[in-house]
Design a protein around this ligand. Sequence first.
Ligand SMILES: CCCCCCCC/C=C\CCCCCCCC(=O)N[C@@H](CO)[C@H](O)/C=C/CCCCCCCCCCCCC
Ligand code: UDX
Length: 396
Amino acid sequence: MESLDLTLFGLAIFLFAGWCFNWFLHVLAILYGKWKLHRPTPAVPPEDLPGISVLKPLVGVDPHLFENLESFFTLKYPAFELLFCIQDEMDGALMVVKSLCQKYPNVDAKLFLGGKKVGVNPKINNMSIGYEAAKYDLIMISDSGLKMAPDTLLDMALTLTDKVGLVHQMPYACSRKGIASHLEKVYFGSQHAKMYLCADVFRINCTTGMSCLMRKHVVEEAGGLKEFGHYLAEDYFLGQAFLDRGWRVKISSHTAMQNSGMYSISQHHNRLVRWMKLRTAMLPLTMFLEPVSQCMVMGALVSWAVTYLFDWSPLMFFLGHVLVWFLLDYLQIKVIENKPLPFSKFEYIVCWFLNELSYLALIVQSHIDSTISWRGKRFRLRWGGYVEEMHTKQTV
Ligand SMILES: CCCCCCCC/C=C\CCCCCCCC(=O)N[C@@H](CO)[C@H](O)/C=C/CCCCCCCCCCCCC
Ligand SMILES: O=c1ccn([C@@H]2O[C@H](COP(=O)(O)OP(=O)(O)O[C@H]3OC[C@@H](O)[C@H](O)[C@H]3O)[C@@H](O)[C@H]2O)c(=O)[nH]1
């Protein structure tokens, strides 16, 4: 009996300590975000800036593709080339790129069709020819759904100092109409940003491949881009390859502004489930840490702990916990948005609860099957982050 008491006491202390640490992370993320993000970009003589090859892997057209790609033609940076990679010659994205090339004939832009099969990851396959043709040592991988501010490439290049090998942008989202867009902002501005900013402080690899600038010669030392084609989460492994070679990996002070013209709650959720599956396969520890670091789960566990330790009312404690979390998330989103929020306080309440509650269901869903669907292809995930493509049998 005594050993059971001791175990419960130890567990309660552990949960309470984890809870205190969680508030530390919350406050740290807000303060670090305030300090790190949205810094004015200094003026630098153009001759001091290295050239950059920007790889744009494209699949399909959405209503915002033209404006998103156009934002790359209007970047304020002295020397860059745009390398558009389109895997299917019949893809409508081809017309969009061609019309932009006609509109901006002075921008150095090239088109690569068909890709090259170097591995399983279709994004890597798509980018492979463009990657080989890149004329600068600095390459930037930039997903199709991003809209970039004119000075962001400069900010990223300035963050890439001597010891830094890779600079990535923390994902966030442009303001669009509707609850799906607000939900996306609440997710990327709250729980995702908290972990992302803290990971950057503690130098934990959290590289997200939607927008990252890196030194090509280091990728070559690691075996070239094709080495990362074995994984779907090529971004995490790219970041790790830089860290393993003694380089620093840092975030830019500009967030990655996702602006896909096709967005819905179910698309957002499918993507989060896909990412969770990748994390679980690469870093199995996240399978346990992620659920307990959720507001509601942590609140329930620590309510038990404080009742056991201090005889506090579990219900009052739980409600107080949720309220403080909710308010800190609001402060966090305001820091990341850096201008008036595009939704009302009521919409924030709805989206915050929707995010917190649906995320728990998504965690469960992510463990139900280990296959991944991505842009019409299916993959089977293996421990370690390896993947195999699943081919459906053709019937005649
Ligand atoms: C009491 C608090 C305990 C904190 C434990 C935190 C565990 C949380 C686990 C996972 C959530 C992290 C979300 C980060 C965003 C990752 C987005 C993503 O999945 N992107 C993939 C697709 O692009 C990509 O392939 C994966 C990249 C790397 C994922 C690395 C995850 C580890 C992050 C851990 C951060 C902890 C920071 C606090 C450290 C004390
Ligand atoms: O078959 C494909 C799928 C995707 N892609 C490209 O890959 C990029 C990212 O695709 P999506 O927007 O569908 O996916 P996500 O935003 O979830 O990607 C994220 O998760 C998986 C990681 O491998 C990526 O690096 C990361 O950006 C886009 O530019 C897309 O055009 C391909 O080139 N071919």
